[in-house]
Design a protein around this ligand. Structure first.
Ligand code: G3P
Length: 221
């Protein structure tokens, strides 16, 4: 499973890229608005750091408006993926973009049936929102699991991005379900990385090394 970062924050993106674990980036209008940055400029700036897919979402609510926006977004960088919300307009836009070879991420998926329709329309990715389903007492990961199974059985090339990830258990469960990607907020990646026993272990090793130094030859110290 690849890890994408779910953010429009450049510092976070640069940091995670340096860790060597960054497979791509997903943005949405909320994440871009939070940064107070110019949308197109920010996508270009992200593309200067990230080789993998970068999802940029359209704001039009009709299919031809979505396609017009997508045409502009696709010129920003070769690795831009057009994010469209699932629905009649979204599927129409995804079908048109797919016929032109422009990659798409059909988002706001809350059921495996929505994901199936998106895959049939030619979507490159679908994004089931795990956390938002959990928030309303529905099993978000079940939609990821079912979608992965449906795509596997149907031989679809469409990839599943587990989105709306809220904590590290979501990431592990997405990997166990066979999701192709989990798109993860920076704070969740930090929680995944750190463990108090690692910090304690490093402190002990350094303290022990201070004691051992007394016995080192000058060439070793
Ligand atoms: O990028 C889409 C998705 O990951 C949003 O997550 O936390 O706003 O439900 P959230």
């Amino acid at each position: 499973m690849r890890l994408f970062l779910d953010t429009a924050n450049l510092d976070e993106i640069k940091k995670v890229a340096a860790w060597g674990v960054l497979g791509g980036v997903t943005t949405n209008p909320t994440l871009v608005a939070k940064e107070g940055a110019d949308f197109h400029r920010r996508i270009r700036d992200i593309a200067a750091v990230v080789d993998g897919p970068i999802s940029a979402e359209v704001l039009a609510t009709d299919a031809s408006g979505m396609v017009r926006e997508a045409e502009i977004l696709a010129t920003l960088a070769p690795n831009v993926v057009i994010k469209v919300p699932v629905g009649e307009a979204g599927l129409t836009a995804a079908a048109e973009l797919s016929s032109r070879g422009i990659p798409t991420n059909v988002t706001l998926i809350f059921s495996a049936n929505q994901a199936l329709l998106a895959a049939l329309s030619g979507a490159t990715y679908v994004s089931p929102f795990v956390g938002r389903l959990d928030d309303i007492s529905q099993d978000g990961m079940a939609v990821v699991r079912e979608t992965v199974e449906v795509f596997r059985q149907g031989g679809f090339a469409t990839q599943v991005i587990a989105a709306s990830i809220r904590h590290p258990i979501h990431v592990l469960d997405a990997a166990k379900c066979g999701a192709h990607v989990a798109t993860v907020p920076f704070k969740v990646l930090q929680v995944m990385l750190h463990h108090p026993l690692t910090d304690v272990g490093v402190a002990h090793f350094l303290a022990d090394w201070e004691k051992a130094k007394a016995h080192l030859t000058s060439a070793e110290s």
